[in-house]
Design a protein around this ligand. Structure first.
Ligand code: SAH
Length: 247
């Protein structure tokens, strides 16, 4: 096949070589300018959706989402849809990622974000972890499926984010050795928010998590006193389930 000029739109999925899901980011190809344009349009769409936080928008303008999904789906990488990432899991849609990151970032000024430590439960392909790492000082992300934990590591290598630590484990237990956290983002829906996560919040910290099974809603929790948490129930959402143990 002849080399494609870089301004051509992404080739249709059938024309793209299907990469093994653990292929590192830098080995996958996509015309850089076409994806830059698609990413800029995604940012415009997020603004129209109501995302206001400049730092969250900047972070999402920088992280190449198409490199976190299977190469066959890369041309859809900037649509506002959840896409499969293998192991029966999905990458959250961009508007959901933006909404969750914005919710936990909101009370923190830029300077505070630089020193904030954030926990993500459910690394998946690592996309949201990369966005978080561009907004906050330190990010710890835990994943229970070893294959995904390793896939995320491969996806993230080329982005060189020294402030992001990936942990393999059951996120229901949090990551006690890295606690307390200034913010916690849970990317899978349980019937309730695990106690360990509530305990690992610093005083004043925020946690955002989908809760429920057939009907889910986004729960925003603030630790307002040492032993008092305040709950606000927000939008209806659709997430994969929060499971227990590791596989
Ligand atoms: N933030 C991810 C979204 C992944 S979907 C992204 O940007 O792609 C949710 C993820 O949560 C899945 O990878 C799933 O395996 C993981 N998960 C579910 N239960 C978990 C648990 N108890 N601990 C850690 N990860 C969990």
């Amino acid at each position: 096949m002849r080399d494609r000029p870089s301004w051509l739109p992404l080739p249709p999925p059938a024309a793209r070589k299907r990469s093994v899901s653990s292929a590192p980011v830098r080995e996958r190809t996509a015309p850089a300018l076409a994806t830059d344009g698609a990413r800029a349009r995604m940012i415009d769409a997020l603004r129209r959706f109501g995302v206001r936080d400049a730092q969250v928008l900047e972070a999402m303008a920088q992280v190449p989402r198409h490199l976190f999904v299977d190469a066959a789906l890369a041309s859809r990488g900037y649509e506002d849809v959840a896409l499969p990432i293998g192991h029966g899991q999905t990458i959250s849609k961009p508007s959901t990622v933006a909404r969750m990151v914005e919710l936990v970032a909101e009370p923190l000024a830029r300077a505070q974000r630089t020193s904030a430590r954030v926990l993500e439960v459910g690394t998946g392909c690592g996309y949201q972890a990369a966005v978080l790492a561009r907004v906050f000082g330190e990010v710890v992300s835990v994943e229970r499926v070893r294959g995904l934990h390793e896939q995320a590591r491969a996806n993230l290598r080329a982005l060189r984010l020294p402030n992001l630590r990936l942990v393999f484990g059951d996120g229901n237990l949090g990551v006690p050795q890295a606690a307390p956290f200034d913010a916690i983002v849970v990317a899978a829906a349980g019937d309730a928010i695990p106690d360990a996560l509530l305990e690992q919040m610093r005083l004043g910290a925020r946690l955002v998590a989908p809760v429920g099974s057939t009907r889910q809603s986004l729960h925003l929790v603030e630790r307002v006193e040492h032993d008092r948490w305040q709950l606000t129930i927000l939008d209806a959402v659709r997430f994969v389930p929060l499971r227990t143990g590791t596989v």
